[in-house]
Design a binder for this molecule. Structure first.
Ligand code: AP5
Length: 227
């Protein structure tokens, strides 16, 4: 949780990098709430397209069901369009983007063009043995998207969101048989970004195996202290 002092304006992108289930979405929502900036989850954007039945959603759906990455061309257009929105002026928190070196290069150019400060990149380092339980135990609110877990983060009333009473659901790609391909896609296409951002001197690391509250503290310390 934030201390008593108000946080300075962000004016930059914060990028959360880490495997599926590491806790990026949970922390991105909290950080965005504390700074009053949007939480930009490319996974949520794609799921929204799917639920609205858009052509983009129709392209993305089978790819996501296989646990693979959606093509860069689709993602880059979606992100470029989103950060043009007026609510992004003071910065934003990315969760699940960038996920390939091509996406990271594109984002670097985009941030420069828009005059943002250098991004803060937070790597969620975690023992892979924890991921299956976190992913298969996850439940999300159908209304506000709040994230829970049947093992680790239960709701007060079973199956109902604590914030708005919305029904909880399991993501279709959180089934055990899809987790393997998702982790493989992370290892092959996204993990190289750790070295990429390290080379650029932007990488910071949190121990994502800790409790939600402890990880929030680590993230806030990094973001507040970022140059
Ligand atoms: P996306 O929606 O981005 O999913 P992901 O990256 O696989 O990450 P997750 O949402 O699974 O995990 P998380 O790290 O956010 O964990 P969470 O906080 O929820 O992507 C889905 C798909 O969309 C991809 O497979 C791909 O097809 C496509 N896609 C999206 N972006 C793309 C892109 N840029 N390029 C190409 N394709 C793209 O936490 C997990 C669980 O653990 C929850 O139940 C939570 O309550 C619990 N938890 C969280 N933190 C803790 C903690 N510290 N201790 C205990 N439990 C915790």
């Amino acid at each position: 949780m934030a201390g008593a002092l108000p946080l300075e304006k962000l004016h930059r992108a914060v990028i959360f990098l880490g495997p599926p289930g590491a806790g990026k979405g949970t922390q991105a929502k909290e950080l965005a709430r504390q700074y009053g900036v949007p939480h930009l989850s490319t996974g949520d954007m794609l799921r929204e397209h799917i639920s609205q039945g858009t052509p983009l959603g129709a392209q993305a759906k089978p790819v996501m069901q296989r646990g693979e990455l959606v093509p860069d061309s689709i993602i880059l257009k979606m992100v470029a369009h989103r950060i043009e929105c007026p609510d992004c002026t003071d910065g934003f928190v990315f969760d699940g983007f960038p996920r390939t070196v091509a996406q990271a290069q594109f984002l670097g150019e985009l941030l420069k063009q828009h005059g943002y400060k250098q991004p803060v990149v937070v790597h969620f380092a975690i023992d892979p043995a924890l991921l299956m339980r976190r992913i298969t135990g996850r439940r999300m609110c159908k209304v506000g998207g709040e994230i829970y877990n049947i093992y680790e983060r239960r709701t007060k009333v079973e199956g109902r969101c604590d914030n708005d009473g919305g029904e909880l659901e399991q993501r279709p790609d959180d089934r055990e048989e899809i987790v393997g391909p998702r982790l493989a896609a992370y290892a092959a296409q996204t993990a190289p970004l750790v070295a990429y951002y390290k080379r650029l001197g932007r990488l910071r690391v949190v121990d994502a195996s800790k409790s939600v509250g402890e990880v929030t503290k680590q993230v806030l310390e990094i973001v507040r202290g970022a140059k």
